[in-house]
Design a protein around this ligand. Structure first.
Ligand SMILES: [Zn+2]
Ligand SMILES: [Zn+2]
Ligand SMILES: [Zn+2]
Ligand SMILES: [Zn+2]
Length: 463
């Protein structure tokens, strides 16, 4: 075959260039440098995919590739096969790689910033409580909980706060994640009740964060809810992908206490369809609102919060002249999400639920929020009422307990009920299910995303 003689590199280039446009259909807005960058990711993914098909048992002599039950001797032939048959997979890998690298780019300057200062000896000991009277055993053992908090304020030396947080959390044997930025601090930490009490006290006694006891949301759990402790300096304390200097938390919408928010939702529900001047907006990700949400809310089908600004941009008409009631898990995303929405200058008013669903549920466990509250740790969800608002992906029966897809490297969550799991439906989608069954189909060590991710428009149009 003549095509098989085509030099590989040229073949890959052709493959890459012709596929950029249709591969990234949803990303028409890619700029020229971004497109080049995507092209690079695509080339890399293609090469990795081909490499993963190399027959390892055939090291000596000329290489062989095995794919889809066929053996390929020519380099160009396997390339052609992969381009023809596995285009969708490559596209997914490339897209994932692209997003992964981009998120790294976003975080890299911060990491450098931390390293830059790591040489300096910052004395943070003054802000670490003396707990010499407490034994390690007391700190580590006993009932525990998870704390969720944030505080927006001007942090002039985030690396100092970061060093202090690291020392404090390590001393108290806390796990979880703490993000520090010049715009404030955001933490989710787990540990024993004793350790978390000391942590709250330490936070409250630090002059920079004039925090109240009630700024900390708590739920059952402990250090076991997280695999590690991550403390770092970032550009934003919650990644919306918009420079805090452009959209500051200071522009946020008006805070409503759970009682006030409850009344607003009640009014909205009583008026029913005739009440079209109010939008109840859930600004969390789709998999969070899927298992729990306020009755009659608008829940965007977005995968991460950094897509929220684009969602707003592309659905502005939904909010024109409306009163918007926003909510999220603990309130942090609403702070800058509402600031972003307000910056568009289309809404009549923008309100946000103070303390988020967390605080609302403490006050109204059987209120207008139905279902579970998704959390970003190993618990996946915490419950306050017994409603199940989502279904098993396979049989459609009510089910809301997420499990990780059983396919290696797929990090999607799946709702599959016990009886469907018993029938072997443990993957997030047919693609993964097939991959899982064909054990030999071991691809690269990329985090894979699935066709279910691929078919979902990145920025949904709800207008
Ligand atoms: Zn194949
Ligand atoms: Zn089922
Ligand atoms: Zn999967
Ligand atoms: Zn899937």
């Amino acid at each position: 075959m003549a095509a098989d003689d085509t030099p590989c590199s040229e073949f890959i280039n052709w493959e890459v260039d012709s596929s950029i446009c249709n591969g990234f259909k949803q990303e028409k807005q890619l700029s020229a440098p971004q497109r080049r960058y995507y092209s690079f990711c695509r080339r890399k993914s293609f090469a990795a995919f081909v490499a993963s098909k190399k027959d390892g048992s055939h090291e000596e002599g000329s290489p062989l590739w095995c794919c889809c039950g066929q053996t390929f001797i020519e380099h160009a032939a396997i390339h052609k096969h992969v381009a023809r048959v596995h285009n969708a997979e490559i596209q997914q890998l490339a897209q994932d790689e692209y997003e992964h690298l981009f998120s790294q780019l976003e975080e890299e300057p911060e990491a450098t910033q931390v390293n830059e200062h790591s040489g300096e000896t910052v004395d943070v000991s003054v802000w670490i409580p003396d707990i010499s009277h407490i034994s390690e055993e007391q700190l580590k053992n006993g009932p525990g909980r998870v704390l969720l908090y944030y505080h927006y304020c001007c942090v002039e030396e985030p690396h100092v706060i970061c060093a202090w947080q690291k020392a404090l959390c390590e001393k108290l044997h806390l796990t979880g994640k703490v993000r520090v930025a010049t715009e404030g601090i955001n933490g989710t930490v787990g540990g024993t009740n004793l350790a978390t009490d000391i942590y709250i006290e330490a936070m409250r006694s630090h002059p920079l964060f004039e925090m109240d006891e009630e700024d900390f949301k708590t739920s059952d759990g402990g250090a076991e809810c997280f695999t590690e402790l991550k403390v770092g300096v970032y550009k934003e304390i919650v990644p919306m992908g918009v420079d805090p200097d452009l959209i500051s938390y200071e522009l946020a919408g008006v805070h409503l206490e759970p009682d006030e928010f409850h009344k607003e939702v009640e009014a909205l529900l009583t008026k029913g369809d005739s009440c079209n001047d109010t939008v109840l907006l859930d600004c969390r990700n789709y998999y969070e609102s899927k298992i729990g949400q306020f009755t009659q809310c608008l829940a965007p089908n977005i995968r991460k919060f950094s897509y929220f600004p684009d969602y707003v941009d592309q659905n502005l008409e939904l909010f024109r002249d409306k009163k918007v009631l926003m909510y999220c898990t603990g309130g942090i995303r609403c702070e800058r999400g509402s600031a972003y929405l307000r910056s568009k200058d289309v809404c009549k008013e923008v309100y946000q639920l103070k303390g988020g669903i967390h605080k609302y549920l403490e006050r109204f466990p059987e209120g207008f929020y139905r279902g579970k509250l998704f959390v970003f740790d190993e618990r996946y969800a915490i419950s306050s009422n017994s409603d199940i608002i989502s279904d098993c992906r396979y049989c459609g029966h009510p089910w809301d307990q997420y499990k990780l897809c059983s396919t290696q490297y797929c990090c999607q969550l799946v709702l599959s009920c016990p009886s469907c799991r018993q029938d072997g439906h443990t993957a997030c989608c047919p693609t993964c299910q097939t991959k899982g069954q064909a054990q030999s189909e071991e691809t690269s060590h990329h985090k894979e995303e699935c066709e279910c991710t691929d078919v979902r428009p990145r920025i949904p149009q709800d207008v």
